[in-house]
Design a protein around this ligand. Structure first.
Ligand SMILES: [Zn+2]
Length: 376
């Protein structure tokens, strides 16, 4: 008979196993409990990093009461987190700024309320908020920043411009955002990319070598000029417009379209010789600052009338051009924004969507449209 060999575990070792087992079970329990806590926070949209910080700072109950909150999430992710500002974080709307939490602290220290900070953040960039937080508290935030398109970095210019001109807030913002408070031509943004919504005026200029990438010659059916060119996109739209106008008995002609930088140099010289510097300064766009260089602008005439403004074609264009993507560009109502006097003959192709919007909003200027929707 074989002897069954029994392994005897020494009592001491058995006790150690028990203790270790117990500790492991406890640790597992703690771990599971901890993961459940984290899970609760993650369900509310908090990141792993933020959730950990929330648990370790014993803020879970507070956070659960606030619920989902991206600013709180950012605060807990940040090393700058301050317990005393918990309530502020929760009431300040999140914006995607790198130094959001730092900037909030600075603004709170300057004495701004949560509501003020919401206004400041909504109108500023990370950088401009940082700069703004360095100055003493500004008292009249609501005046300018009730408009979405007011920019924090322009605050001082808004104040100066409205003091100087007496313009209301809206007009002030429009003028300053368009840099009209600065000298024409001297202060200008360079526009290098061709697009239907590009803005070219006395503060937005094209480089010498800019030309639309789809230049095409306009057939003599539409113009009496030789070798007149424009953007193919604009021409296609114009052909549609022309067809409709012709069918309804109107007789249009294109007198000018694309003009290169060099063309504008020569044109300026011609006017200079004929009418002098004052005239040129007032009425002729400097090279690079003419919308004609985009290839999207047309000077339209009537074959029935020498003065376009008095023609039935002019009346038709004003009410129909938008259907084909063209806008009436230089109205006397907003000469202060375009900085060009009235030009009844000048139309600009912007595409149907923008043209329709502009037409339906009292034929607003392209400058105003730019400030409302295009400005970055
Ligand atoms: Zn023109």
């Amino acid at each position: 008979m074989k002897k069954i060999k029994r392994v005897h575990v020494k009592p001491k070792v058995a006790a150690i196993f028990k203790v270790v087992g117990f500790i492991l079970v406890c640790l597992l329990g703690i771990f599971i409990y901890y993961r459940i806590q984290i899970h609760d926070l993650k369900v509310l949209g908090y990141s792993e990093e933020a959730s950990n910080a929330i648990l370790f700072s014993k803020n879970k109950r507070n956070v659960m009461e606030y619920g989902e909150n991206k600013t709180l999430n950012a605060a807990f992710e940040s090393e700058a987190f301050k317990q005393e500002y918990l309530n502020n974080y929760a009431k300040i709307k999140y914006v995607d700024h790198e130094h959001l939490i730092d900037n909030i602290h600075r603004l709170l220290k300057v004495g701004y309320s949560n509501n003020d900070i919401n206004i400041i953040l909504a109108h500023g960039t990370d950088e401009s908020v940082r700069e703004f937080a360095k100055r003493d508290r500004v008292r009249y935030l609501d005046d300018f920043f009730s408009y979405d398109f007011a920019k924090l970095e322009n605050y001082d210019r808004y104040v100066a411009y409205s003091d100087e001109t007496g313009e209301d807030e809206l007009e002030t913002i429009l003028h300053v955002n368009l840099d009209i408070d600065k000298p024409d031509y001297e202060y200008s943004h360079v526009v290098s990319k061709f697009s239907l919504d590009m803005l070219v005026n006395k503060h937005h200029n094209l480089t010498e070598d800019f030309a639309p990438n789809d230049l095409t010659t306009i057939s003599k059916e539409y113009t009496d000029e030789d070798d007149l060119q424009c953007s193919r996109l604009a021409l296609n739209a114009y052909m549609e417009l022309y067809k409709a106008a012709t069918q309804e008995g109107y007789s249009l002609v294109i007198n000018s379209a694309y003009r290169s930088y060099q063309d504008q140099v020569e044109l300026t010289q011609t006017y200079l010789d004929a009418y002098g510097q004052n005239y040129v300064d007032k009425y002729v766009a400097k090279p690079g600052f003419s919308e004609h260089q985009t290839g999207l602008a047309f000077d339209i005439g009537s074959r029935n009338s020498r003065v376009f403004e008095n023609s039935k074609e002019f009346a038709w264009m004003k009410d129909n051009a938008y259907k084909y993507g063209f806008i009436y560009r230089f109205d006397e109502r907003y000469e202060d924004l375009t900085e060009f006097r009235k030009e009844p003959w000048h139309y600009r192709y912007v595409g149907k969507e923008i043209a329709k919007y502009v037409y339906e909003h009292n034929n607003m200027s392209l400058e105003e449209y730019y400030v409302l929707f295009l400005e970055k």
